[in-house]
Design a protein around this ligand. Structure first.
Ligand code: 2AM
Ligand code: CA
Ligand code: CA
Ligand code: CA
Length: 259
C-alpha cells in the first residue's frame, strides 16, 4: 500500500463526521422509521442506515483501497483487518436517539493492519467532538486533553448499566466503594468521558468493535487502559465484555475480577 497520509485522513474524517451530524439533525426534524433487530429493545432507524451509507459512499469514492466495518451491515464483508479499515458506528446510543433525541454519538475509528490510528467521537446534539491521531494526543473540540490522573476508588465516578449488576454481583462492591455511578447509554461517549476525566471507569458486558474502535485510539493517547473483563486484550473483529479506566481504577477492576 502506498504511503498513507494520516493528517489528511484525520481532517477529512472530522469533516465527514460533522457533515453526518448535520444529516442526522435534518432527519430528526422529519419523521423516521424505527425497527428492531435482535430483540424488541434493540432499535435501529433509517437514520442509522443513512449515516452508514454516507460514510460508505465517501470512503469508496475518496479512498478506493480502504474498507468499512460498520454496524448497519458493512461489517458482514470484513473478515480480517488487513490494510486500512474504517470501523464506524453511525449512531451509538440509538435508544437515546429515539427516546431522548440527545446523548448519542457518531463513532469513527480508522485502523491499519489492526492498529488504531484515528478516533473520532462526535456528540451531535451537544456539539462536542473528541478526536485523536495516534501519537499526537487527544482533543475535545480542538483543546488538548490532559493525561489521566490517578484517582482513588473512593473518589471515582464509574459508569455502567444497572443491568450489569444483576449479571455479576461483584459489581456491587464497586458501587459501594466509588463516589458515584452513572449510566449514559452510549458506549462511545462513556469511553470519551473516561478519556476526558469526566468518568474514571466504564464497564460493559457486551460491546462490538464499532462501539470501542474510536474510543480506544482516544483513550490510549491520554494514558487510559482497557481490556476484556477477564484482562484479555481487545480485538476488533469480535464482540465481548469491556472495561476501560484510568490506570489506578483499572487495577481495582482487575482485583475485583480475580476474586
Ligand atoms: P448502539 O446504540 O449503537 O446499539 C447501550 O448501553 C450501549 O451499548 C450503546 O453504546 C449501544 O450501541 C451498545 N449496545 C447495545 N446492545 C448491544 C449489543 N448487543 N452488543 C454490543 N453493543 C451493544
Ligand atoms: Ca445497535
Ligand atoms: Ca454502538
Ligand atoms: Ca449503533
Amino acid at each position: 500500500m502506498s504511503e498513507v497520509k494520516w493528517e489528511e485522513i484525520f481532517e477529512t474524517a472530522k469533516n465527514w463526521t460533522r457533515e453526518a451530524g448535520e444529516f442526522i439533525k435534518e432527519k430528526m426534524s422529519e419523521s423516521f422509521d424505527v425497527s428492531t433487530k435482535a430483540n424488541e429493545n434493540d432499535l435501529v432507524t433509517d437514520v442509522d442506515k443513512g449515516v452508514e451509507e454516507f460514510f460508505k459512499s465517501k470512503i469508496s469514492t475518496h479512498y478506493t483501497n480502504h474498507r468499512l466495518l460498520g454496524e448497519e451491515g458493512s461489517y458482514k464483508a470484513i473478515k480480517d483487518l488487513s490494510g486500512v479499515v474504517w470501523i464506524i458506528d453511525p449512531i451509538d446510543g440509538t435508544v437515546n436517539f429515539v427516546h431522548q433525541q440527545t446523548f448519542f454519538a457518531i463513532s469513527v475509528g480508522v485502523y491499519i493492519e489492526g492498529e488504531g490510528m484515528i478516533g473520532i467521537i462526535y456528540d451531535v446534539m451537544n456539539g462536542e467532538m473528541f478526536s485523536a491521531l495516534k501519537g499526537e494526543g487527544a482533543f475535545l473540540n480542538g483543546t488538548k486533553l490532559d493525561k489521566l490522573k490517578e484517582v482513588p476508588l473512593q473518589e471515582s465516578i464509574l459508569s455502567f448499566n444497572a443491568g450489569w449488576i444483576l449479571k455479576d454481583r461483584r459489581l456491587e462492591e464497586l458501587v459501594k466503594a466509588c463516589r458515584a455511578t452513572r449510566s449514559y447509554g452510549s458506549a462511545a461517549l462513556d469511553i470519551a468521558y473516561v478519556a476526558s476525566g469526566r468518568l474514571d471507569g466504564y464497564i460493559s458486558f457486551i460491546l462490538a468493535p464499532w462501539d470501542i474502535a474510536a474510543g480506544m485510539v482516544i483513550l490510549k493517547e491520554v494514558g487510559g487502559v482497557a481490556s476484556r473483563y477477564n484482562g484479555d486484550a481487545l480485538d476488533f473483529l469480535e464482540s465481548g465484555t469491556f472495561m476501560a479506566a484510568t490506570p489506578s481504577i483499572y487495577n481495582e477492576f482487575l482485583e475485583l475480577v480475580k476474586k
